[in-house]
Write a protein of this length. Structure first.
Length: 530
């Protein structure tokens, strides 16, 4: 697992090279703190800092060469040096080469879209395991394979970290790698150098416009998986799997004339579709029609949106020729995706914690809960700071549309004023016709079509828990699996699931309501998923 300077020159055709062409490199990094002897340090311009400023530090750490966007000067003129016009674009291919092109040695599936990516990774991980394969996952919650599990700093790691991780997976015997592919990662070239077998497009709804600027640019970024990476793959016949129910999916599918395409959706016009489907509180039972014949699936997941996720998993399995028994068994075994409609059962009422942080995701979750709720739906929600501001009133409107009562609170304000974010969410709640309650008065029962603002997230959850009746459902939305709250750039420990358990326990201990116990079933949690 190495490459020479001559190999890299052949790959990049750089504009300037100095150093012995026989020099061997064992690693690549964009982070000067990770440099080791034998590594190439790639100086990448960033949003906040420029990697060129850290070249000296990289050399002090033992870097064997520098890949930069300009020639060396002064004391650096004797250093092995490579110049490329765009080091960010060069980072992935160079890292893949040095680490032995790991994506070529395994089945590689990339999943992009606004919603459903995480659940789909869990479904595919289970399906691949059911075939006897060894899966690895790079996603929003964790990076995991075999006995290894790491917390995920980014949905899609930087290119050099990604290629190193794929190499570790390969060396540990992973046969199938599943990746959540973010629009940021695609736009910034983090996936360059990956050899995909299958690319999946789940859907596109409003998110990340703070970065992309418009839905059109957001779509074009997502499309790069299919217009640039899949066509460049060294695999024999890479396949695009696209959600035909989504308007952006249909637009993308129309462009896929240059490669094999599998569509999925609820219509018979698509390659994978349900000829029958039953969705209730206990789960989903469906018969999916495919090109190879029908597949019958019984899943403990629920919600119409999970029908789409299951169809996507079946379509990917079809693209890889996986047998129906493994598809059925794999999907049936998935019971828990952390923070995706994760249920906390209590005699006081039922609480769900969900990651829904886009208008469409929140709408889907609330529609699923409405099908199983016999009382009121109370929603605690907010929006993150330093992110797409345009979606904030839309989130408030969806919360009001799907709930009987809304508690607007803080999410991850990051560097923004939490109250400013809350006011923008309130705009949507009020636009739907909801009226703010006086925070100084306790009103029981809660007036319908009303809301409260409680900026402190723990206090908001505690208040909503106390307001629960046995037939009610409380949804705590926005953070899901996250175990922190980011305020002024500092991450403080905060887990919605744990806070819910603590507040239910306090309610039980105080003797208020009907609460006697709270539990998370299975491995201390039960999940309906999103």
């Amino acid at each position: 697992m190495s490459a020479t300077l001559q190999d890299i020159v052949a790959l990049l055709a750089p504009t300037f090279v100095s150093g012995d062409p026989r020099t061997v490199f064992s690693g690549v990094t964009h982070d000067s703190r990770k440099v080791r002897p034998g590594y190439i340090f790639v100086a990448v311009p960033g949003e906040h800092v420029d990697g060129h400023a850290f070249i000296g530090r990289a050399l002090e750490a033992g870097a064997s060469a520098i890949l930069a966007m300009g020639k060396p000067t002064g004391a650096l003129e004797g250093v092995p040096w490579i110049v490329a016009p765009d080091t960010r674009r060069a980072l992935g291919p160079v890292a893949s080469l040095v680490y032995g092109n790991p994506g070529q040695d395994m089945i590689l599936v990339g999943i992009t879209g606004t919603n459903g990516k995480t659940t789909l990774t869990f479904l595919l991980e289970s399906i691949f395991s059911a075939t006897g394969a060894v899966p690895g996952v790079i996603g929003t919650i964790t990076y995991r394979w075999g006995a290894t599990e790491r917390s995920a700093a980014n949905t899609t790691p930087e290119a050099s970290d990604l290629q190193e991780m794929l190499a570790l997976m390969r060396d540990d015997g992973v046969t199938h790698a599943i990746m959540e592919v973010s629009s940021h990662g695609l736009h910034m070239g983090r996936l360059d150098g990956c050899d995909f077998d299958t690319g999946v497009f789940t859907n596109l709804t409003q998110d990340h416009l703070d970065y992309h600027g418009s839905m059109e640019e957001y779509f074009l970024a997502k499309s790069l998986l299919f217009t640039r990476l899949l066509p460049a793959s060294s695999k024999t016949s890479p396949v695009a799997v696209v959600n035909g129910d989504d308007p952006y999916g249909r637009r993308l599918a129309a462009q896929m004339r240059h490669m094999p395409l599998l569509t999925y959706g609820t219509s018979q016009a698509f390659d994978v579709y349900p000829s029958s489907a039953m969705v209730n509180a206990e789960g989903i039972e469906l018969r999916a029609e495919t090109r190879r014949g029908p597949v019958r699936v019984i899943s403990p997941l629920t919600g119409r949106f999970n029908v789409s996720n299951i169809l996507a998993a079946i379509a990917v399995a079809e693209s890889l020729g996986i047998d129906r028994e493994a598809i059925r068994d794999g999907i049936g075994r998935v019971r828990n995706v952390p923070g995706r409609l994760e249920r906390v059962s209590s005699a006081a009422g039922t609480v769900f914690v969900d990651y829904a942080h886009t208008p469409a995701a929140l709408k889907n979750v609330l529609e699923a809960l409405a099908r199983i709720c016999t009382g009121r739906i109370i929603t605690v929600m907010g929006c993150g700071g330093d992110r797409d501001k345009a979606k904030r009133p839309l989130m408030g409107m969806e919360a009001a549309a799907g709930s009987d009562f809304v508690v607007v609170t803080s999410d991850n304000p990051r560097t923004e004023d939490p109250l400013s974010i809350i006011r923008q969410v309130e705009e949507g709640v009020r636009e739907y016709g909801y009226v703010a309650l006086d925070g100084n008065k306790e009103q029981n029962p809660l007036p319908p079509r009303s809301y409260r603002v409680i900026p402190d997230r723990r206090e908001a959850i505690a208040w909503a828990v106390r307001a629960l009746r046995k037939s009610d459902i409380l949804l705590v939305a926005g953070k899901g699996h996250e175990t922190y709250q980011e305020i002024n750039g500092v991450r403080y420990p905060f887990d919605d699931r744990q806070v819910v358990l603590e507040e239910l326990s306090l309610l039980s201990a105080s003797g208020h309501g009907n609460a006697r116990h709270a539990k998370r079933s299975g491995d201390d949690r039960e999940t309906l998923h999103s």
